[in-house]
Write a protein that binds this ligand. Structure first.
Ligand code: AMP
Length: 225
């Protein structure tokens, strides 16, 4: 099954992507995580992307689009994927749709997590990243995924690994900029969502992001046939 998952930063899209990955046993491809891995590894791609990410800007399409299209060609994607964080604008949506069409790959579902901007912003600052696995959800404000305390510090609730915060999650201006891009329905991410809603025969699942992690997950799984 090939799935896109949309949601503003802070909506729990990464958490839901990780849950779906486990249930469907297919790769959860997160554009932001690929960039962060490259930044951590000091690669050329990471160097190019870092200044954009730190400010909350989109990494230019000529870097991002080929990166994702080539990731989708890797062998682990042959039996399905969940793409999270891409497309992020209208051009990326159109390019992805035509690349999939050309490769005869069906897009089975488009999931959209709905969340008001002010709530999304509050949620962003509380999330924590596990250094061992990006798919280990940790958030200091949600009981279901609260990190655990060990030797006086908070560690990953799944594996006990160290936790970090993303610099762009603690920077007010960067958060606002990411949300400006997300909620922009002219050329930004909402324009990408609307592209799938208004073109072709895509099956769009819209879920209320204010519900609990379990409820959001149940609402999604119920509709993934
Ligand atoms: P995320 O982890 O999805 O919040 O992404 C972190 C950052 O990576 C974003 O704020 C962008 O700077 C960059 N990024 C992630 N996905 C994309 C994309 N599809 N297009 C451009 N930049 C992206």
């Amino acid at each position: 099954m090939n799935i896109l998952i949309f949601g503003p930063n802070g909506s729990g899209k990464g958490t839901q992507g990780a849950i779906i990955q486990k249930k469907l046993n297919c790769p959860h491809i997160e554009s932001g995580a690929i960039f962060r891995k490259n930044i951590g590894g000091g690669t050329e791609l990471g160097k190019q992307a870092k200044s954009y990410i730190d400010k909350g800007d989109l990494v230019p399409d000529d870097i991002t689009i080929p990166m994702i299209l080539s990731r989708l060609k890797e062998s682990d994607c042959a039996n399905g994927w969940i793409l999270d964080g891409f497309p992020r604008n209208k051009v990326q949506a159109e390019t992805l749709a035509s690349a999939l069409k050309e490769a005869n790959i069906n897009l089975d579902y488009v999931i959209e997590i709905l969340l008001a901007r002010d709530i999304a912003k509050i949620r962003i600052t509380g999330r924590r990243l596990c250094v061992n696995d990006n798919n280990h959800p940790n958030h200091i404000a949600f009981d279901a995924i609260k990190p655990v305390e060990k030797d006086g510090k908070l560690v990953c609730r799944v594996c006990g690994g160290d936790l970090s915060t993303r610099p762009d999650d603690q920077d007010d201006a960067a958060i606002d900029k990411r949300h400006d891009i997300y909620y922009d329905d002219k050329t930004g991410t909402m324009a990408a969502v609307n592209f799938f809603k208004n073109h072709g025969d895509y099956k769009v699942i819209s879920v209320d992001g204010t519900l609990s992690i379990q409820e959001v997950s149940d609402a999604i799984m119920k509709q993934l046939a």
